[in-house]
Design a protein around this ligand. Structure first.
Ligand code: ADP
Ligand code: MG
Length: 261
């Protein structure tokens, strides 16, 4: 459903996406896994049309995002849900208004219907009855869930998550992971999750794309990645200091981040 072909993105002298080729299957959860600086957020920005690549294409349902006009891109992006790092809730709006925001912005749906939709989405993320609360009254995990309710309020075909569990305690991490998987099934949505957390990635992913300094070093199902005999992949998923990935200061930093975050 979503296909990336020969994608290149450079910033100054840094190649953040180095000739990437991959696909994201319809109705499945694909995790883009990699250490800090490996190019995960860059790939996400190209997939969502927030940035244009230097080379290559991003096909969504057969249409190349990189060739669309602003208006066409805007229309496609209405059918994309996004859960940003830090949830990005409006702190001056209550939970109801936060979730209703995309509907008010992009549609002419009547207030009573908006109320029904928001109630339903809150129910889905297990936060029924919290409409009147302000974001500051919520825990980090609850904020993520509100962000999730907002991300699905326009009934997207695809939903993007940038580090959905970073900064959460283990229990909230489990809750969000399960929610991502459950919503994926219930809504038959395509889910694309950026993460550096190997353990939660294995729990929620159908497919994994492993990035390392701008390149895809492995892609496949969870089983395929787990059983990979590629030394770089083994080193990555076990966080071993000895192996083909040079253990420079930066490599050590990102392994630390993966292991001890
Ligand atoms: N807007 C930008 N300007 C300059 N360099 C950038 C920009 N965005 C990303 N980079 C660089 O590209 C590389 C990949 O970054 P990023 O995609 O943010 O990685 P990740 O999300 O995996 O941590 C990094 O070296 C980063 O410094
Ligand atoms: Mg990032």
């Amino acid at each position: 459903m979503i296909r990336v072909e020969n994608l290149v993105k450079q910033y100054g002298g840094i190649t953040a996406s180095n000739h990437l080729n991959c696909r994201f299957e319809k109705g499945k959860v694909t995790v883009i896994l990699g250490g800090s600086g490996s190019g995960k957020s860059t790939l996400l920005r190209q997939l969502t049309g927030l940035e244009k690549p230097d080379e290559g294409s991003v096909y969504i349902d057969g249409r190349d995002l990189t060739t669309l006009s602003r208006k066409q891109l805007f229309d496609i992006r209405k059918k994309m849900g996004m859960l940003f790092q830090g949830s990005a809730l409006f702190n001056y709006m209550n939970i109801f208004e936060n979730i209703a925001f995309p509907l008010r912005e992009h549609t002419k749906i009547a207030d009573n219907i908006i109320k029904t939709i928001v109630t339903m989405k809150l129910e889905m993320v297990g936060l029924r009855g919290t409409e009147h609360l302000m974001p500051s009254q919520l825990s980090g995990g609850m904020m993520k869930r509100v962000g999730l309710a907002r991300a699905v309020v326009m009934d997207p075909h695809v939903i993007f998550y940038d580090e959905p569990t970073s900064g959460l305690d283990p229990i909230s991490t489990g809750v969000i992971g399960k929610l991502i998987k459950d919503l994926n099934k219930a809504l038959n949505i395509t889910s694309i999750v950026v993460s550096h957390d190997i353990e939660s990635c294995f729990k929620i992913a159908d497919n994994i794309i492993l990035l390392y300094y701008g390149e895809i070093i492995a892609k496949g199902t969870v089983e395929e990645i787990r059983n990979s005999t590629d030394e770089r992949v083994k080193q990555f998923i076990h966080g071993e200091p000895e192996g083909p990935i040079p253990f420079t200061r930066t490599a050590k930093n990102y392994l630390d981040e993966i292991l001890y975050d």
